[in-house]
Design a protein around this ligand. Structure first.
Ligand code: TYM
Length: 337
């Protein structure tokens, strides 16, 4: 085993990767690959917790994989969750280390169950309720030291540490590492159309910007971003919409442009049209590079699929070892391999 610290993170195959996913998490995934032992999952079991189409799930999983590779994630660090069924086994064991009352406090469950009530037939699955426990299994099965995620995942990480702690107490051993959350400098990107909410796919098309967005659509969405009527310019205050655009420009690496517009905001000479234009240019510089990379990746689809099946099998070995140890520690039976 390598002496490097381990990083684990994951993303759901529920559609495109947006700039919230990218700045909040995936950009960090790419950087961390240089210094850490990184394991990144496309978590298809999680994508079953909301209404889904079986014939689309597999397609979405592969397309998300190709997108991650186009963004710079190495295929050897990637795995598909359902190719490592031990996640589901540890999920069951952890169900017995997590209280019902604690799960009821999860805000993402509250948000998503409300969406289910309004958008579909009102069906809310036990899977949706139990999802944070599966997330704890995803992390702890690899004994990860660090978990790079956006701010929306803080509560799930806290629950993960709680489960690890309870398990360690029960078996009277510091078996599981308590994983630390890693945030990027832009841990929460807001919707451009409604900056009171986070950028997300589930809120609808106008609430997110795909990292591969077609140029015209990117321009249209950025130029129609909600800011404010201008009365705050030159004051200490800043609206969420304006703050969000500053965050985005900086996250794109356009620091000089960011600082220049900040000076103009403070001295009262900023014009929001120019400011949005600068945000568009900053996003476009990344977006055009990503679209180019994507073309290359799509030309090597077969090879990448093969690599990811292999890396999933390699990564599975770590999960199998953990399950063996957990069964030993908890009095469950182990099949001799
Ligand atoms: P998911 O698929 O919703 O999002 C993937 C990653 O993107 C981050 N993110 C954001 N960051 C900043 N601003 C936003 N607007 C924004 N929207 C999303 C998320 O924080 C996440 O890091 N439960 C997880 C998936 C998961 C997981 C795990 C993560 C399952 N098991 C184990 C880490 C470790 C989720 O639904 O992410």
């Amino acid at each position: 085993m390598s002496a490097k610290k381990r990083v684990l993170s994951a993303i759901q195959p529920t559609g495109e990767i947006h700039f919230g996913n990218y700045f909040g998490a995936v950009q960090n995934w790419v950087k961390l690959q240089e210094d850490y032992d990184c394991v990144y999952g496309v978590v298809d079991y999680h994508a079953m917790t909301m209404p889904f189409q079986p014939n689309k799930l597999r397609e979405n999983t592969w397309s998300l994989m190709f997108n991650l590779v186009a963004l710079g994630v190495k295929p050897e660090n990637l795995f598909i969750q359902s190719l490592v069924p031990e996640h589901a086994e540890l999920n069951w064991i952890f169900n017995c280390f997590c209280s019902y009352g604690r799960l009821q406090l999860m805000t993402q469950f509250k948000d998503k169950s409300q969406q289910s009530e309004t958008k579909s037939d009102g069906f809310i699955s036990v899977g949706l309720f139990d999802y944070p426990v599966l997330q704890a299994a995803d992390i702890l099965i690899y004994k990860a030291d660090f978990v790079p995620v956006g701010k929306d995942q803080d509560q799930h990480l806290e629950l993960t540490r709680m489960i690890a702690n309870r398990f360690n107490l029960q078996v009277d051993k510091d078996y599981f590492v308590l994983p630390k959350t890693l945030h990027s400098d832009a841990p929460k990107i807001r919707s451009l159309a409604d900056p009171t909410r986070k950028m997300s796919k589930s809120a609808g098309e106008k609430h997110y910007l795909s990292v591969f967005e077609e140029e015209k659509r990117l321009r249209k969405k950025v130029m129609s971003a909600v800011t404010d009527s201008g009365e705050m310019i030159g004051t200490e205050e800043m609206s969420e919409g304006v703050k969000n655009l500053f965050t985005i420009i900086k996250a794109c690496g356009h620091t000089d442009v960011h600082d220049d517009f900040m000076t103009r905001y403070k001295d009262g000479s900023i014009r929001y049209g120019d400011f949005k234009g600068a945000a568009y240019e900053a996003l476009l510089s990344l977006n055009s590079k990503f679209r180019e990379n994507k073309e290359e990746v799509m030309a090597n689809k077969k090879e990448i699929k093969y690599q990811i099946k292999n890396s999933s099998a390699e990564i599975r070995k770590i999960a199998q070892q953990t399950i063996k140890e957990v069964k030993d520690l908890t009095g469950l039976m182990n099949v001799k391999f």
